[in-house]
Design a protein around this ligand. Structure first.
Ligand SMILES: [Zn+2]
Length: 303
């Protein structure tokens, strides 16, 4: 389940290396296997000759690999997309993965996807600048995996939560702080207006200040304002079923324990991931979680 340009590039390099090695070793074998019953010396020299061929081939392999990597463009950073569910499963997960992979290809970051929680280890997580929880639900990590993810964030890792990432791991207080709050309820899917609060943030650039779109609009257990920097709010006057009142955050970011977190409650429907503006929103969120964009300090208030 790995689809990384880096991995493909490396595999191509390894393939070149193996093919050339194999060809040269075959050539060596042909020479060495010629009958020589009179003088055994050439046979004793063969291992030394093979070693030289091997070293030359290795140098050639590295050179070829570099050539391939330069052609495809080295990714700026790598992202792990995690979409494991043990509760409700959104049918938009495949569209979400495809959108993130397309954004990676267009904007120069590698995207690996997995639903295997065992990948939450120090060694694996260290490869990624950002871990995206794409419509995860329920309890998805065991104690050791949670500890590895906490160490990842504390060592400067980036987190992106999309939609039901807030409907995940209710029994893990640290995760609730990382996301900002938890999901509480939602009305039917409908059209509503999002007010952009911070148009300068990368995940808000290019969006209309009054952003009208269709989605499943979440109410939360608590208002995260104070613990996070609110980037956009939902206008409850423009739809029915809002329960947060006049201040209804719908996307936000903050820094926590040395890491970076960005969350959007949008992204329930398959159609969301085909919307150019929503994809722009996700791109900015990923880039800010990767630390490429301006820092996202919380607005103060709650510690
Ligand atoms: Zn949903």
């Amino acid at each position: 389940m790995i689809s990384s340009p880096t991995a493909i590039s490396m595999m191509t390099g390894v393939f070149h290396f193996m093919a050339i090695s194999f060809g040269l070793v075959l050539a060596g074998r042909t020479v060495g296997s010629q009958p020589n019953t009179v003088n055994q010396q050439p046979r004793r020299l063969l291992p030394c000759g093979s070693a030289i061929v091997f070293v030359l081939t290795a140098i050639l392999g590295v050179w070829l690999h570099r050539g391939v990597a330069a052609e495809s463009g080295d990714p700026r950073f790598s992202v792990l997309v995690f979409s494991k569910t043990t509760g409700f499963r959104h049918d938009s997960i495949p569209q979400g993965i495809a959108a993130l992979e397309a954004l990676g290809a267009e904007h120069g970051f590698a995207v690996d996807r997995t639903e295997d929680a065992a990948r939450f280890s120090d060694a694996v997580l260290a490869r990624y600048k950002v871990v995206v929880f794409l419509n995860t639900t329920g309890n998805i990590l065991d104690v050791g995996e949670k500890a590895a993810f906490e160490r990842y964030i504390r060592s400067g890792g980036g987190f992106v939560g999309i939609h039901s990432a807030s409907d995940t791991e209710y029994g893990w207080p640290w995760y609730g702080r990382l996301v900002g709050t938890w999901f509480a309820s939602h009305p039917e899917i409908q059209r509503a207006t999002v007010h952009i609060a911070n148009p300068d943030h990368p995940s808000m650039k290019g969006l209309p200040l009054l952003w009208e779109r269709t989605d499943e609009w979440y109410n939360f257990r608590s208002n995260p304002r104070g613990a996070v920097q609110v980037l956009a709010t939902l206008d409850e006057a423009t739809y029915s079923g809002g329960a947060m009142g006049a201040d209804h955050p719908i996307a936000w970011c903050h820094e926590m324990e040395g890491g970076r977190s960005w969350y959007t409650a949008m992204g329930h429907t398959q159609e969301s991931y085909a919307e150019p503006l929503f994809r722009l929103h996700l791109l900015g969120g990923i880039e800010s979680a990767a630390g490429l964009a301006a820092n996202c300090k919380s607005a103060g208030g709650r510690p």
